[in-house]
Design a protein around this ligand. Structure first.
Ligand SMILES: Nc1ncnc2c1ncn2[C@@H]1O[C@H](COP(=O)(O)OP(=O)(O)O)[C@@H](O)[C@H]1O
Ligand SMILES: [Mg+2]
Length: 151
């Protein structure tokens, strides 16, 4: 359980909180998203992209692992579901240390590659339109951001 949590009651509310988060992110920030299929990880990413000023439509990168988008900052959208039980390194360090924002769906499948400082968000399905968002900030930068955003 996280001390920072909120319920959203629509897809729009989830994208709105993600948009607000996007506005305070810095180059090299890493956001990890966990939750079952259909929880809202890609929906949250769409909100982040929107907040970063990405014009292209963001959709699930399941078959490519990483998709890059150009906004105020670059957005690296990863879905590492297919890397379950694989030690494959697709050059994570370069993304995580790059000038963009990395967003990783199913991040626990690449646990050993994740940076220490990151923002993890668990999304839980409650009912058709309701989701529980729990925020786990690691490092001062994200602790500050989340206390401002949610606290
Ligand atoms: N409160 C909500 N927050 C996020 N998505 C929601 C919400 N309510 C309904 N949805 C719907 O749930 C689905 C989430 O799908 P998606 O974001 O692709 O999930 P994931 O990437 O976790 O598999 C979308 O169809 C979205 O419209
Ligand atoms: Mg997804």
């Amino acid at each position: 359980m996280s001390e920072y949590k909120m319920e959203t009651h629509s897809e729009k509310e989830t994208t709105q909180i993600a948009q607000r988060l996007a506005l305070v992110l810095k180059p090299g920030d890493v956001i990890t998203l966990e939750g079952d299929l259909g929880a809202g990880k890609t929906t949250f990413t769409k909100g982040l992209a929107n907040g970063l000023g990405v014009k292209r439509t963001v959709n699930s990168p399941t078959f490519t692992i990483v998709k890059e988008y150009q906004g105020e900052l670059p957005l690296y959208h990863m879905d590492v579901y297919r890397l379950e039980n694989s030690e494959e390194d697709i050059g994570f360090d370069e993304y995580f240390n790059g000038d963009g924002i990395s967003v990783v769906e199913w991040a626990h499948f690449i646990e050993s590659y994740l940076p220490e400082n990151r923002l993890n968000i668990n999304i839980t399905y409650i009912d058709e339109h309701k989701r529980l968002l729990e925020f786990f900030p690691y490092g001062d930068h994200f602790k500050w951001i989340i206390s401002e955003l949610i606290g």
